[in-house]
Design a protein around this ligand. Structure first.
Ligand code: DSN
Length: 477
């Protein structure tokens, strides 16, 4: 499809939406304008292809399809069967996975399916077998209570939130921290890196059912062979949440021991981050977990989104093209250039650099909280998100860090020179920002002042930089 054609299609679609609710048409148009005009550095965001975006707007959305391919609780699912099986085929081929499940609506849903499947396979199925029952409905009240107590005793070990883990890796306020007894592993205070020996010692003591590997804000690679060895040594299932770096796995930047798929029992991911697909989730697993994973809907998830699974199939097909490997390598090379550009200009990075798609800036040396830095950058046309750093003195709301990533601007065509300029612009803003004093005169954690003219100048410089890299070039909206 040509961009001229896409322009026509979108113009018609927006005009149609405006006849019903002009505010929604306006917000959709404005979002494109905003994304075009700013440096999108949120490490978990990207730009899907127009083909992927267009695939989502259709009537597959109108169909209920609980169950799995060829085994649905509703009639008339033949077309959903096609898109789901194509998405799962591409996922298996792209990642070399034994089994794939394309229904999760998001990353958190995918992680819940993974937990559910592990509990079912490791705890429920052997209990039913031992008791000679087919399903939990066949259990006596006493056996059912015993099984529920058994679930309650299960343990998970994941990376702590401030070391870069995710809420769903056993963080207490999250459902994962309530479903399981939980223990977090952190990073070495001196290096900021995962300390595998300490992790192994903790695992031997804690004896988790599940070890979760993966992260949202850790700027380094993980040795999944080592993780599997540790998990095996304590009889744990290795679950990898690769939502952030799935694109680097798909693009073969992470291979061998850095590729989680051959090592993990279960892998979950989102499809919209470095993988550049539609907003959604995906689970892959070894054959032995497949039956349990496939029951994700309706046991954990609501009805699958047929229109989004169709877009997942398209995006996964795109990720199998050679051009995606080039893209993924560029994401990693650009992150290195960005990190070097920042460090050369005096910025402290957690772990002293990156070897994936993201950098974590410690903004304390600017006298700022993460929240102030995030806001000052936003005022200047640079979109990032604040993030805790290990042992953060400012907690999870204000934080002392800013997380930045390269997937989105790499999709737009930025290379290492442009990312060096991005580093320059970030430092220009942070050096010109000071915390605004509170009523007591002490520096506050939320308000800030940017030196006169810096935000406007930076915005203009961002626009100039972006000018050479149009978003959806040729799409005249
Ligand atoms: N919200 C995602 C991120 O920004 O990393 C993870 O859920």
């Amino acid at each position: 499809m040509t961009f001229a054609k896409a322009s026509e299609i979108y113009t018609d679609i927006l005009a149609q939406i405006a006849t019903v609710e002009p505010r929604v048409a306006g917000a959709i148009s404005q979002e494109l304008a905003d994304q075009r005009a700013s440096l999108k550095l949120i490490a978990s965001e990207n730009y899907a292809s127009l083909t992927t975006l267009l695939t989502m707007g259709n009537w597959l959305s109108d169909k209920y399809a609980e169950g799995t391919v060829g085994h649905r609780f509703y009639a008339g699912c033949q077309n959903i069967d096609v898109v789901e099986s194509v998405a799962e085929e591409h996922a298996r081929e792209l990642f070399g996975a034994e089994h794939a499940y394309a229904q999760p609506h998001s990353g958190i849903d995918a992680n819940l399916v993974a937990y559910w499947a592990i509990l079912q396979h490791r705890i429920e199925s052997p209990t039913l077998e031992r008791l000679g029952a087919k399903t939990v409905n066949d259990l006596s009240e006493q056996d059912w209570e015993d099984l529920r107590r058994e679930f309650n005793k299960q343990r998970v070990m994941g990376m702590s939130l401030d070391a870069g883990g995710h809420l769903t890796h056993g963080f207490r306020p999250n459902i994962s921290g309530k479903m399981f007894q939980q223990h977090s592993y952190g990073t070495d205070p001196a290096t900021g890196l995962i300390d595998y020996a300490a992790l192994e010692r903790d695992a031997k003591e804690f004896k988790p059912l599940i070890i979760v590997a993966g992260y949202s804000a850790y700027p380094r690679r993980v040795n999944f062979a080592k993780m599997k060895e540790i998990a095996d040594s304590v009889g744990a299932t290795l679950f990898v949440d690769m939502a952030h770096f799935a694109g680097l796995v798909a693009g073969k930047v992470f291979t061998g021991e850095e590729d989680p798929v051959p090592y993990a029992d279960v892998v979950a991911t989102t499809t919209h981050k470095s993988l550049r697909g539609p907003r959604g989730g995906l689970v892959m697993c070894k054959h032995e977990y497949a039956d349990a994973v496939d029951k994700g809907c309706p046991m954990v998830l609501g009805g699958p989104l047929g229109h989004v699974m169709a877009a997942k199939a398209v995006a996964l097909a795109e990720a199998r093209q050679e051009s995606f490997r080039v893209y993924a390598q560029n994401v990693a090379d650009n992150a290195k250039a960005l990190a070097e550009g920042l460090m050369r200009r005096g910025v402290n990075l957690v772990t002293g650099g990156t070897d994936n798609h993201l950098c974590l800036l410690d903004v304390q040396s600017f006298g700022l909280t993460g929240r102030q830095a995030e806001s000052a950058l936003l005022d200047s046309g640079i979109v990032t998100n604040r993030n805790s750093i290990p042992r953060d003195p400012n907690g999870a709301w204000y934080t002392s860090g800013v997380r930045i990533g390269t997937p989105a601007l790499t999709s737009r065509g930025f290379g290492v020179d442009e990312f060096d300029r991005v580093a320059e612009l970030i430092v220009q803003v942070l050096s010109a920002t000071t915390p605004a004093p509170t009523s007591s005169g002490a520096p506050g954690k939320a308000k800030y002042v940017i030196a006169d003219g810096v935000a406007d100048r930076t915005k203009a410089e961002c626009a100039e930089l972006l000018d050479g890299f149009p978003l959806y070039p040729g799409l005249t909206l």
